[in-house]
Structures are given as C-alpha cells and as structure tokens.
Design a protein around this ligand. Sequence first.
Ligand code: AMP
Ligand code: ZN
Length: 496
Amino acid sequence: MSEVKELISVSLYNTFTRKKEPLTPLKEGEIKFYSCGPTTYDFLHVGNGRALVIGDLIHRILKSLGYKVTFVRNFTDVDDKIINKANEKGVPALEHAEIFVKECKKDMHSLMMIDPTFTPKVSETIPEIIEMVECLIKKNFAYVINGEVLYHVPNFKDYGKLSKKDLEGLQHGIRVEVESYKKHPSDFVLWKPAKEGEPSWDSPWGKGRPGWHIECSAMSYKFLGSSIDIHHGGVDLIFPHHENEIAQSEAANETNFCTCWCHNEFVNFGTEKMSKSLGNVITIRNFIEKFGGMVLRYIFVSSHYRTKLDWNNKLILKSIEELERIHQFIIEFEQLKSANVSEQSTFKADDVLSKIKSELANDFNTPKAMALFFTLIRDFRREFTSKTPTDETVQEIQKIIDFVSSSMGIIHSDANLLLKELNHSKKELSENNTDTNTAASIATTEQDIPALIEERNKAKKEKNWARADEIRNTLKQNKIILKDHPDGKTTWSYEP
Ligand code: AMP
Ligand code: ZN
C-alpha cells in the first residue's frame, strides 16, 4: 500500500517583504515554481552551480514535504554573450549554445540534480515571447522605435516594488545621453532588431530577437500561468531582471505575478563575487573532475542558501569529511541490520524525522537538518557497538535515511563506491595544494591576499615603492591581478 504523504506547511524568507512568512500556495498542496536558469555560452562556474543546486533543493524539499511541484527552469540559449563566443569560434550561435546546454546537463547530472517538470529554451519559446510583447504594446506598456521594442517603465506604477528602488532615484544613476532614443532612461528592451549573422526570427517589428528579461515572463506564463508561488534566482537577479519580469508579467496578465521571491547568496572568491567577467572562476567541470560532483553538491547543501559562501580549501575538506561520515554510517547501518547481537536496545529515533522536516520547512534550513542527522549518527554509533536495534528502530532510521536522500540528494546509492571516490578526492586536495592552477591552491593563496593588499597600501603610503611592487609581482606570479580604484580601494581577481 502506498503511503499518503503528510503535507507540511512551509515558511520562507520572501525578498519581496524582506521577512520570513508562511507560504500559502495558490492551490492547496501544489506549488508552481520557476527558477532562472543558466546562459549557455561556456562551461558554468561553481557560483552558477550554487544557483542550480539551490533550485534543485527547493524542488526536492517541497516534493519531500508532500507538495505537487511544477518546476520550470529555463536555458538562455539566445544572448549577446553566446553570439560573441560563437563569432569568435566561427560557428552559428544556436549551435554553440546547444553544445553548452549539453555540457550543462552533464554537470547537472554529476551534481545529482533531478529533472524539473519543464526546461524551456528561448529559441523554442519565440511565438509566446512575441505574443507577450504584442500584448504589452497593445496595453500601452511598450513602444516600437526603429524595429526595437522597449518597455516603458513609468507606465508601470509598481516599478521597483521588489528591489525597493524608486524610479526617480534610478534616473539619477543613468547617463541619459547614452540612449537618447528611449522615452525614459529606465526603459528596457523587449525585442531588438538582429544584426547580420545573428540568430533572428520574423516578428511584427521585423527580423529580430528577444531581450533578456521577457523570456522568463513568457516561459513562466506558458507553463505555469499568470501567477506562480515561488520564483528563484541568485541575488544579482533581483534588479533589474526580476523587477523587469514583474513589470512585464503584471502589465500583461493584470494580476500578481509571484507570491514568494527566493534568492540565493553568492559564492565569493577573494574580495569579489565569483563571476566569469571578473575572471575569478572555477568551472563546475574542473571541480568535478578533481573532487567529484557530490562534494560540490554537499558544499551547497550544508550551507544555508541565504549566507554568502567564501570559497576556500576548508570548505572542500569539510564536505569530503562529512560525506565520509554519512556514508560510513550507511554501511554500518546495513551491517547492523543483519548482525546477530543478542542484547536489544531501547534506542528510539521517532522524533528525528519530524524535526528534520521542520527544519527544512523553516526557510530550507539545511544546516540545521544536517546537524540533526549527524546527532543521530553519533547516537547510533554510541548505542550499537554491542546492542542490536528493534525492527521498529531499523524502520525509523531507514525512513530518515530515505528522507535525507530524497530531500537533499546527498546520499549516494553505492556508499562503498563513494567512499573510494572521496579517498581519491582527499588525495587530490592535498597533492594539489602547491599547484597554482587548481581550486585547492587558489583557495590557499586567497587567504593571504587581504593582508598583502593592506601591506602594499601601507608601503605605497610610505613611498616604499620597491616593497609595493614586490607584492604586486609576487601576486602576479600566482596569477593574481590587483586593481587600484579611484576611491583608494584595491580589489583582486585571477588572471583570465
Ligand atoms: P547567468 O548564467 O549569469 O545568468 O547565471 C545563472 C545563475 O547563477 C543566476 O541565478 C545567477 O544569479 C547565479 N550566479 C551567478 N554567479 C553566481 C555566484 N558567484 N554565486 C551564486 N550564484 C551565482
Ligand atoms: Zn529569469
């Protein structure tokens, strides 16, 4: 007989209200969930990996808590970055994007991610995008100028409600002369005329391609309807991307777009966000080849999604060691099930599962849920050195393991195999400590950088140019570039 799943209420931090609040789904027991997916122009970096794994975690946790989740995560396969990369290589842009959709899917598989309900691409959603743009023009939220369609921000009175920015403040920050054809400096592109050699589609405004923001509004509407329960992305997407999605969707559909906005914090590298444009990235692929996908997944699962993650060696080692502990326990538990020890224990784990569920339902508090699981592992080891559990306890523990596995995806189906792989990861980590091209060594050097920057600034103040140059050169030998800013601040990044 299949078990009826109990539905657990969740409370989530909502970027819109800036507080944690109970989530009331639009339809009881069901969640419509959209997560902004990657732009497929190159291999993804571990910062993108965090956004992917957090999207997967939200999906898994809600399912495990009893909800029927319809989950949409897009691939941005039409974009300036893709076109530039494809032109460099001399291949058609859509072909280039497709190569990296495939590579991205390989990474997702290594990261133990489960499939969303729908994974649309921009290139497959053009009719719906055109339809939405037409609707926005008709409703006087957009205008056409020289084959380009622009969203007219002042006509959407709630603009800025997510990012808490007001239009006047925004106007001050924009150099008007740059794009004088716009009616308002904050107006953004919905559709742009394509240049020679770029991917393009016929539209009422001539051959062209969509701007970035419209794709998510159109895809969300296509698969989930006018209103959704949860929308997720990295914090960098709050403005302008998600603000613009609200403006588009609410103007077109005339109803509230999304109940709860979830944003994961950054993976930082040194003093900056890990990002391709800053050149301080470790690709997911590179990491996986050295340490395995489970180690990367566990790094993200074991830290709360709203805390900043400073990338360093300790993070990798902690992940390896905790995964080892979990999988050694899985093996011991299996052995104990068939062991023949006479003294029966009174050990009970009946409230552990509900406590773990409560933590996950409390703004996806994975670190606390993991702490409860580790307490169970510790107590289990203490108790069962000489005693044997009752059948009831075995069942309870099995349920907890199954739940931890399905909700967080951090238990490998072959514990012995994973332990072997983790052994290899550990060796890799220690061996690569001196190799400047690896994540491990980058992370080691990284810890010294702030002090070196400070010392260099002091040397400069004291006109000790020799020492200042020496520090810059030493860092350069480690492929670290310093950048002095006009305000006196110095930032650093890895050599591209
Ligand atoms: P992109 O391909 O740049 O559109 O990014 C895809 C997703 O990765 C978005 O949700 C971004 O917010 C997220 N992201 C990009 N860089 C980082 C980072 N360093 N840490 C966490 N998330 C990131
Ligand atoms: Zn989006």
